[in-house]
Design a protein around this ligand. Structure first.
Ligand code: AKG
Length: 263
């Protein structure tokens, strides 16, 4: 697997990659990092989620008993500490190309009674052969404890290396972790939201990232007003697309897109 251990992330400030975590990510396709955010940060996200979460999904993939906040970066600053968390970015810098981008962010609340989501891999819409060097990676942060009963993300260990095999639900195991922990996984890993058999919702935040030569799923530059983009800190501003993949991918009228925010 290609590994960019010397890679620059958009801020240029997180070159150190945790070798043990990176090895686990490459071997299993995922790695759990405990205690990435603390109880206060989880509480703040819960409060913002309560304000923003509304209707349930319109199809089985979104989940008929799952609420989602789309475009959360245009609605709250409460998840910023996850989107650019140094421990997450360190892993991303080790497997994606320098100047990688945020592809999508969501807050996901799986309500009691929700069925298991279909297993899928997030890079499925990029027409590259399987297996391929990672072009996409993601995190899911547990804002509530993730348990086998309440819909912990189901993960098929090692499936990022599969070619054309399709998993059955029996291949997947729940990624149980305590609130504040994060699972980072490669885009080729089969996974899905779990069935919620408990009587409590299961709240999560997810961020998906892609190589800088790929189209992002979310059109952040249209979602965020200039004012909102100006208010974003680095590296989030670069991650959403106010950045260049040299020599000139991302340019605006020959200039760096960040210059638009200076005008
Ligand atoms: O919420 C989860 O645990 C996983 C959700 C997911 O993979 C998705 O919606 O694409």
């Amino acid at each position: 697997m290609v590994c960019y251990t010397e890679g620059m992330n958009p801020s240029g400030s997180h070159r150190e990659v945790d070798a043990a975590r990176m090895a686990t990510l490459q071997r299993d396709g995922y790695v759990v990092i405990e205690g990435v955010i603390d109880g206060e940060q989880c509480k703040r996200i819960r409060g913002e989620a309560a304000r923003l979460l509304d209707q349930c999904g319109a199809n089985p993939f979104e989940g008929h008993r799952t609420q989602r906040v789309y475009a959360p970066l245009s609605k709250t600053r409460a998840i910023d500490d996850l989107i650019d968390h140094p421990r997450i970015l360190a892993l991303l810098s080790g497997c994606l190309m320098p100047n990688y981008l945020l592809s999508q962010a969501q807050i996901i609340n799986i309500l009691p009674g929700e069925a298991a989501q279909g297993l899928h891999h997030d890079d499925g819409f990029y027409p590259v052969p399987r297996p391929f060097k990672p072009v996409h990676a993601a995190f899911i942060a547990a804002i509530d404890d993730f348990t086998a009963e309440n819909g912990a993300t189901m993960i098929v260990k090692g499936s990022h290396l599969w070619t054309d095999r399709v998993p059955t639900p029996a291949d997947a195991v729940p990624c149980e972790m305590s609130a504040g922990s994060v699972v980072v996984f490669l885009g080729a890993l089969w996974h899905g939201g779990g069935e919620n058999r408990s009587d409590h919702p299961r709240l999560a935040v997810t961020g998906q990232y892609c190589d800088p030569w790929l189209r992002q799923q979310e059109n952040f530059l249209l979602e965020l007003s200039r004012e909102q983009a100006r208010a974003l800190r680095e590296p989030i501003r670069s991650l959403v697309g106010y950045s260049i993949h040299p020599p000139f991918m991302g340019m605006v009228d020959r200039r760096h897109p960040g210059r638009l925010l200076d005008d």
